[in-house]
Ligand binder design. Structure first.
Ligand SMILES: O=C(O)CCC(=O)C(=O)O
Ligand SMILES: [Fe+2]
Length: 193
């Protein structure tokens, strides 16, 4: 195999992945960090296991023991302007974001390979605090396609299409504290539960 064959990948990211820098102004970013840090964050629970990241869910929360979505506290007023801005950027109707997850990754904490639960549709995320490597992988016969997005503080990403349904994503342990706010819309059937 040639050098080109080894290293050149004509694709510059999973289809359906969008990203923009400077989505949140610096002052608003600081304000959001303060708000998230003041939440009663809980270590992420999946069944009998606990993740190191700490989270708070609004709107809905996926319960891994019950294996279904359950209603959570409504999206708080301080998160609503960001949700509206995210919807506008993504071309979604006001109110399309039905779930918001606030996450804190302390130094050395990341998130393993996964796809988000199928109840959710589009996934959008604001990054705050430290930058991170937002990694993607997709199984292709006997190899993985891989892509890394450098997600800067105050940026926004969206996973839709193949980036959402075919690729997995993960974040390696962060070097400084990172916060994220994930905004999710629902698949139509999931809304009825
Ligand atoms: O922190 C992030 O930006 C992504 C978190 C994530 O992938 C998830 O909670 O499903
Ligand atoms: Fe995810």
């Amino acid at each position: 195999m040639t050098q080109l064959g080894l290293f050149a990948d004509p694709q510059d990211g999973p289809a359906g992945l969008r990203y923009t820098n400077d989505f949140i102004p610096a002052a608003a970013g600081q304000d959001l960090i303060g708000r998230i840090a003041a939440l009663p964050l809980q270590r992420f629970q999946f069944g009998a296991f606990e993740g190191n990241r700490r989270v708070a869910s609004f709107g809905f929360r996926y319960d891994y023991s019950l294996q279904r979505l359950i209603e959570a506290e409504p999206i708080p007023a301080w998160l609503v302007p960001a949700a509206r801005q995210v919807e506008a950027w993504a071309g979604l109707a006001d109110g399309a974001v039905a779930q918001v997850l606030c996450t804190e990754y302390d130094v050395g904490v990341g998130i393993g390979w996964h796809r988000d639960k199928p109840h959710f549709d589009k996934i959008l995320g604001v990054s705050l605090g430290s930058p991170c490597k937002f990694r993607f992988r997709r199984r292709r016969a006997d190899k993985w396609d891989r892509y890394t997005l450098e997600a800067l503080p105050r940026s926004l990403y969206m996973m839709d299409g193949e980036a959402r349904s075919q690729w997995e994503h993960s974040i390696p342990p962060v070097e400084a504290r990172r916060y994220s706010i994930t905004f999710r819309t629902m698949k139509p059937a999931a809304q009825k539960i």
